[in-house]
Design a protein around this ligand. Structure first.
Ligand code: DC
Length: 225
């Protein structure tokens, strides 16, 4: 099996670039952020502070999270319910970032992620895929872009989905998430020593996809269909 690990900060374009590249390569695209988001959603739905480890940890016993693929598209299930659409709000983004700092939450999700990579050729995106989840991945990429560019992309994405947003608020949320993700004690966001850093500032989606495919081809014998 071939594994491509894609890590990087929020809004760097990981999911768009990874999804498109996976489609071209015939690999499974695994968005691991959805798993943390599902747990964050569970805490919000149950009135629990997602940063309160003492309350969150015992609740993990009650939670089942799973991923299913319909026509290549990933759906995430929380306790048997498809929550793929509900996990995309800004509240859930921040809740995911908070629960993801709890070591027990990370180990709870580890085998699920590794099992998918055992059975499929994957392009897996997250924050610790190259460093922790799949340290033996054949290709490791750290995809990034300037904070302002990432905030701009997120802002326009919200506008396109009909959500009225304030650019300064989007920028502040992103900075807060970057801070949480890079400063947590366990599996902080950082490039693996053997990762290739790709800065997508000023690049179109197509340009980033092309660069990534070239890199994967160089490092593996993947056939492009
Ligand atoms: O990729 P995303 O924005 O959907 O991720 C939501 C949050 O989950 C993010 O703030 C950090 C966390 N996360 C993580 O800690 N490890 C991963 N592999 C994926 C996401």
């Amino acid at each position: 099996m071939t594994a491509v690990a894609i890590d990087g900060p929020a809004g760097a374009g990981k999911s768009s670039v990874a999804r498109k590249t996976a489609e071209k390569l015939g690999f499974l695209y695994v968005d691991t952020g959805a798993l943390y988001r599902a747990i964050g959603l569970y805490m919000l739905q149950n009135g629990v502070d997602p940063g309160d480890a003492d309350t969150v940890i015992p609740l993990l016993k009650k939670i089942t999270v799973s991923l299913k693929y319909c026509g290549g598209e990933q759906r995430v299930f929380l306790c048997g319910n498809d929550v793929s659409d509900k996990i995309r709000t800004d509240d859930v983004s921040l809740a995911a970032s908070r629960v993801s700092a709890i070591p027990e939450v990370r180990s709870f999700l580890l085998s699920l992620q590794r099992d998918i990579a055992k059975e499929n050729n994957v392009l897996m995106d997250g924050r610790d895929i190259g460093t922790v989840v799949l340290p033996d991945a054949q290709v490791k990429v750290f995809l990034t872009a300037s904070t302002e560019e990432r905030a701009k992309r997120r802002y326009f994405q919200l506008l396109h989905s009909g959500i009225k947003a304030d650019y300064d608020e989007v920028l502040e949320d992103l900075k807060q998430r970057d801070y949480n993700d890079t400063h947590r004690a366990i599996a902080p966001l950082k490039p693996a020593p053997d990762a290739v850093v790709m800065d997508t500032t000023g690049q179109t989606l197509e340009q980033s996809v092309e660069l990534l495919i070239r890199l994967i081809q160089e490092k593996t014998s993947a056939n492009i269909t």
